[in-house]
Unconditional design. Structure first.
Length: 331
C-alpha cells in the first residue's frame, strides 16, 4: 500500500476551505493509502499565540479530524511535537536549505512586501521543517492546496540534494492537488482565499459556526450582475466559488449539472441551495464533534498515532544522522 502524509496548522478554528480542500480528501484517502495526518503545532508558533487559545484549537482540530471521518484504526493521527524527530530533522534540513530558496517562499515574500516587521526566524525557516515533516515518513504522495505546492517542490529538491550528497535517504514525494475545491475563496472577496484571518468574519465559514450564521454568510456572498449560474472563475469568481463549494459538498457534482439545475433561476434560489449543502454538512460534523469531545477518543487517537509514527520517524532520523556522520555510537 502506498503512503500519504499531510498536516494542518491550527492557528485558529478550522473552516470550510480546510474541510473541502483537505479534510474530506483525508477521509477518502485513508481507505486507499497508509495515511499519516498530523497537527502541525510547531508551525503554529512562528507567530505569537495565546497559550490557552492555542491549546483549545489543537484539541478542536483533533476532534474535527475525527468528526469529519478520520478513523484512528486506519489513519495515524498525531501531534507534531509528540514525535520529537520532526524538530531534529527540521534543523538538519534547515542546514541543507539555501537562503535563496527560503527568500523565494511565497508566504515570507508576501509579508516582507507588505512591510511587516518582527518576522521570526521560525517563519523564515518553516519550509525546511515542513520538508522534514514530509521526508521522515517516505510518503508517495502529499495532498496540498495550490498555495502549498511550492513547499512540496522545495521538499523534493531537498530530498534529491541529500540523496545525491549522502546516498539514497529519502523517497521523493509527489504533490497531489484536488481538481475541484482545492482552493475555496472568501465569500466576501472571491479574489482571496478563504481564511481565518478574514477581518470582517463574513467571508469565512467555520466548521463550528452556528448554522444560522453560516447560512447568512452564504446568502450575503459577493456575486455579480450577470444573472447566470455559470462556472467562469475569471468573469464570475463569486458564483464560481459558490459552485465549487456546492460541487465539493455534493460528491464532486459536475459543474454542468449545477448550471443546468439553475438555468433561468435567480441567484437567491442558487444561494439557498448552496446554504442547504453547507448547513447540512456542518450539522453532521458538529454533531459528531460533540460526541468526540464527550468521549476519550482524542487522547487515545493521539497516543496510538504518535506511537506508530515515532517508530518510523526515529528510524529515518537515525539513518540520516548516520549518513551525515553526526553519530559516534551508531544505533
Amino acid at each position: 500500500m502506498k503512503r500519504m502524509l499531510s498536516g494542518i496548522k491550527p492557528t485558529g478554528q478550522l473552516h470550510l476551505g480546510n474541510y473541502i480542500g483537505a479534510l474530506r480528501h483525508f477521509v477518502e484517502y485513508q481507505d486507499e493509502y497508509e495515511m499519516f495526518a498530523f497537527i502541525a503545532n510547531l508551525h503554529c508558533i512562528t507567530v505569537p499565540q495565546d497559550p490557552k487559545e492555542l491549546q483549545k484549537n489543537l484539541r478542536d482540530c483533533v476532534a474535527l479530524y475525527l468528526a469529519c471521518g478520520l478513523d484512528p484504526a486506519k489513519a495515524n493521527i498525531f501531534l507534531q511535537t509528540d514525535v520529537r524527530a520532526h524538530a531534529q530533522l527540521g534543523y538538519i534540513m534547515c542546514c541543507h536549505t539555501y537562503m535563496g530558496e527560503l527568500n523565494r517562499m511565497t508566504q515570507f515574500k508576501d509579508k516582507m512586501a507588505k512591510g511587516e516587521t518582527n518576522l521570526s526566524g521560525g517563519l523564515y525557516t518553516y519550509p525546511s521543517l515542513m520538508a522534514a515533516d514530509i521526508l521522515l515518513y517516505d510518503p508517495d504522495y502529499v495532498p496540498v492546496g495550490e498555495d502549498q505546492k511550492q513547499h512540496v517542490e522545495l521538499t523534493r529538491d531537498l530530498a534529491i540534494r541529500m540523496n545525491n550528497r549522502y546516498g539514497t535517504l529519502f523517497k521523493v514525494p509527489e504533490p497531489l492537488v484536488a481538481k475541484v475545491g482545492a482552493r475555496i475563496m472568501s465569500l466576501s472577496d472571491p479574489s482571496r482565499k478563504m481564511s481565518k484571518s478574514d477581518e470582517t468574519n463574513k467571508g469565512c465559514i467555520y466548521l463550528l459556526d452556528d448554522l444560522k450564521a453560516a447560512r447568512k454568510k452564504v446568502m450575503s456572498a459577493v456575486t455579480d450582475n450577470c444573472a447566470r449560474v455559470h462556472f467562469d472563475p475569471v468573469s464570475q469568481p463569486g458564483i464560481s466559488n459558490l459552485m465549487q463549494i456546492m460541487s465539493s459538498l455534493s460528491d464532486d457534482r459536475p459543474m454542468g449539472d449545477i448550471e443546468a439545475e439553475f438555468e433561468g433561476k435567480g441567484y437567491g434560489d442558487f444561494k439557498r441551495s448552496v446554504a442547504d449543502c453547507v448547513c447540512g454538512t456542518l450539522e453532521k460534523i458538529q454533531t459528531r464533534y460533540q460526541e468526540v469531545l464527550d468521549s476519550g477518543e482524542i487522547d487515545a487517537a493521539l497516543e496510538s498515532g504518535a506511537a506508530r509514527a515515532s517508530v518510523i520517524a526515529d528510524e529515518k532520523l537515525a539513518a540520516v544522522q548516520k549518513a551525515i556522520g553526526m553519530e559516534i555510537i551508531l544505533k
